[in-house]
Design a protein around this ligand. Structure first.
Ligand code: PEP
Ligand code: MN
Length: 334
């Protein structure tokens, strides 16, 4: 930013500080005073030009123009997820285990107000010996269970060659944390034109996350919902650290649709309710939550799955939070 000759630099600096900007003062090659913003709250070129003494402003171009320009609301099956919409809860088992299991869970989550049924047909597992999902058969069970209860479907795609198939069954295609920077997968899922739930890589910066969204949109995804699911940390009390600062930055600085997954964030069912409240208060426009009718026998992520009564209590809390934020949910318990 260039100052006019004779401008009061100290005054400009104070005005910038009131706008939340941390600046460095220099002179350009012609000896004209300049300020470079090193750190600061989002600010427009117009706001800076309006300051007395400022003659020129150049802002760096964004590395993710398609994310910046994307719609703030994304249609996902029966519902719209996004900025200023009532919060949307997506719930269901970690993995689709049997047709009966997913059918029973769909009834529970629909009864209490979830709008999308989640469930993994292709499971990314740390150990190759763990249950890795039933594949296409599970997609069919999931879609049937969802349809019977008027729910949309959210499910993960693990491999580029499955993208078309998964997009055929899903209203929202999930990219898991381990694949946030699997660029060939992002391209393949983008090419299907699907709406995508993009989980944050467990060690990814916000910039890397936004750029992963840019890949999806650049290849044709019709919308991206960002999902904070916890990052790696040093304390063993919780499985991950649910980064609510990230939720707040995406919601309030970038005005993007962002949801939280407290199930993977905490890894413990006793913390899902308070973390869900906190995430909604921080700006999340939805939640992704693991639910099982019998968590003790779940084939993956049992310790973080809510049972039916706990899910009912969670939904009550979500409604209260939504009411507090002026984003009432339609209909209450269905
Ligand atoms: C999941 O949603 O079950 C899952 C595997 O999530 P993540 O990619 O966040 O670990
Ligand atoms: Mn899981």
């Amino acid at each position: 930013m260039r100052l006019r000759p004779g401008a009061d630099a100290a005054r400009v600096r104070r005005a910038l500080s009131r706008l939340g900007q941390w600046v460095r003062e220099c002179r350009d090659e012609r000896g004209v005073r300049t300020f470079t913003i090193e750190l600061g709250a989002p600010v427009s070129r117009e706001q800076l030009l309006a300051l007395e003494g400022v003659s020129e402003v150049s802002l760096p171009s964004s590395p993710h123009p398609k994310v910046d320009a994307m719609p703030r609301r994304v249609e996902a099956g029966p519902v719209t997820v996004g900025v200023a919409c009532p919060p949307v809860v997506m719930a269901g088992p970690c993995a689709v285990e049997t047709e009966a299991q997913v059918g029973a869970i769909a009834k529970v989550v629909a009864r209490h107000g979830a709008r999308l049924l989640r469930g993994g047909a292709y499971k990314p597992r740390t150990s190759p010996y763990s249950f890795r999902g039933h594949g296409e058969k599970a997609l069919l069970w999931l879609a049937r269970a969802a349809r019977a209860c008027g729910l949309g479907v959210v499910t993960e795609c693990l491999a580029p060659e499955d993208a078309e198939l998964v997009a055929h069954y899903a209203d929202l295609v999930q990219i898991g944390t381990r694949n946030m920077q699997n660029f060939r997968l992002l391209e393949a899922v983008g090419r299907t034109g699907a709406a995508v739930l993009l989980k944050r890589g467990m060690s990814a910066t916000l910039e890397e996350w936004l750029l992963a969204g840019e890949y999806l949109l650049d290849h044709g995804a019709r919308g991206v919902i960002f999902c904070e699911r916890g990052i790696r940390h040093f304390d063993p009390s919780t499985r991950n650290l649910l980064d609510l600062s990230a939720v707040a930055v995406l919601a309030h600085e970038h005005h993007l649709p962002v949801i939280a997954d407290p199930s993977h964030g905490a890894g413990r069912r006793d913390l899902i309710l308070p973390l869900s409240r906190a995430a909604l208060a921080a700006g999340a426009c939805g939640l992704l939550v693991e639910v099982h009718v019998d968590p003790g026998v779940a084939r993956s992520d049992g310790p973080q799955a809510l049972d039916a009564p706990a899910f009912e209590s969670l939904m009550q809390a979500v409604r209260e939070e939504a009411g507090r934020g002026g984003r009432q949910m339609a209909g209450g318990v269905r």
